[in-house]
Design a protein around this ligand. Structure first.
Ligand SMILES: Nc1ncnc2c1ncn2[C@@H]1O[C@H](COP(=O)(O)OP(=O)(O)OP(=O)(O)O)[C@@H](O)[C@H]1O
Ligand SMILES: [Mg+2]
Length: 327
């Protein structure tokens, strides 16, 4: 089976005061049809930049290398005309901040019908009908009058639903949802996630779900990739990654997560904070925060190794005995 999306060696550099800074490095992953593919990691790990690269929406001075193969076609060399056809229609995105994707001066009707008409060539009346259907699908009450309202007239949770409607109106095959629930309170969060899952089931689209919330991941994502400092450190089925993490960073994220059944256990945050992209430590980027780090971790950057049940970039956690024997 060929994947819907195959990303190979994705590397993003941005200009910095002392020369280009590598923000995302050598990222490889594949998303299958109908799959929810999760990307997790702390703030600054490169999740949004990776997502923006897939739609070729990086800042203008960014350098992008690698391959982004969508339905057999590499998107990296495409020109702006061909990209416009891909964006919205085949791949669309719910942005991290719904206020930035919903233009404050445009009515919800304009936001939804403009994108639909551009891509489908539909007339005004048909586009409005389609917009009403989309608002119904994301459970906005009274869709007809919502079309004549403006983004600020809705709550954060409703704006996020409208952003999802705008992303789905052209029937994309791949939806990228970047922290779709982070700004929302817990009950609204659950509703938005359930809605995404339902829409995926109804349409058969694939979803790349970006969130640092591993609780949301565990209930939604089929596969999970964990990023740290711009690189993938672990990937596998969500169940395996969360139950038997193979990288100390993933274990650290899990240790910091509140557990409803084990309220007596203290939460253990990962010490320190992630490094800035222009000052990565030598060796493994996680080594200054890692309880398992040995001398070699400070020298050599571990490769992302393919295991029987996923990938991990930590020879110490994956095979401590082998590493010790080699020392
Ligand atoms: N427009 C930009 N110009 C320069 N550097 C940027 C820009 N946007 C992001 N970065 C840097 O790129 C790195 C990755 O950022 P990115 O937004 O992808 O992180 P993220 O994993 O999405 O974090 P968060 O969880 O906070 O959304 C960070 O070091 C960030 O400082
Ligand atoms: Mg982000």
């Amino acid at each position: 089976m060929t994947a819907l999306l195959e990303v190979e060696g994705l590397t993003i550099r941005l200009p910095g005061p002392q020369g280009p800074v590598t923000i995302v490095e050598d990222v490889d992953f594949a998303v299958q049809e109908g799959q929810v593919f999760g990307i997790a990691g702390e703030s600054g790990s490169g999740k949004t930049m990776t997502a923006l690269a897939l739609l070729r929406l990086l800042p203008p001075r960014a350098q992008l290398t690698g391959r982004i193969v969508f339905k057999g076609r590499d998107l990296v060399p495409l020109g702006s005309g061909a990209l416009r056809e891909v964006r919205g229609q085949q791949i669309s995105m719910v942005f991290q901040d719904p206020m930035t994707s919903l233009h404050p001066m445009l009515s919800i009707g304009r936001i939804l019908t403009d994108v639909y008409r551009t891509h489908s060539g539909a007339g005004k009346r048909d586009a409005r009908q389609r917009a009403v259907e989309m608002l119904e699908a994301v459970r906005i009450p009274d869709p007809q009058s919502a079309l004549d309202s403006f983004p600020h007239q809705f709550s954060g949770g409703m704006r996020q639903r409208i952003a999802i409607a705008a992303a789905l109106i052209c029937g994309p095959e791949l939806l990228i949802a970047d922290e779709p629930t982070t700004a929302l309170d817990v009950t609204v969060q659950a509703g938005v996630i359930a809605l995404l899952d339902q829409l995926r089931e109804d349409t058969g689209m694939s979803v790349i779900l970006i969130t640092h919330d591993l609780g949301v991941m565990s209930s939604t994502a089929d596969e999970l990739t964990v990023m740290y400092a711009g690189r993938i450190v672990e990937s596998g089925t969500t169940r395996r990654v969360l139950q038997e993490p193979r990288h100390p960073y993933t274990s650290g994220l899990l240790g910091a997560l509140p557990h409803p059944e084990r309220t007596d256990q203290p939460l253990v945050p990962i010490p320190g904070s992630p490094p800035a992209a222009h000052e990565l430590p030598s060796g493994c980027a996680f080594n200054p925060r890692c309880g398992l780090a040995v001398d070699s971790c400070r020298v050599e950057r571990p490769a992302l190794v393919t295991l029987s049940d996923g990938r991990a970039a930590c020879p110490v956690a994956v095979a401590p005995a082998a590493v010790k024997a080699g020392q």
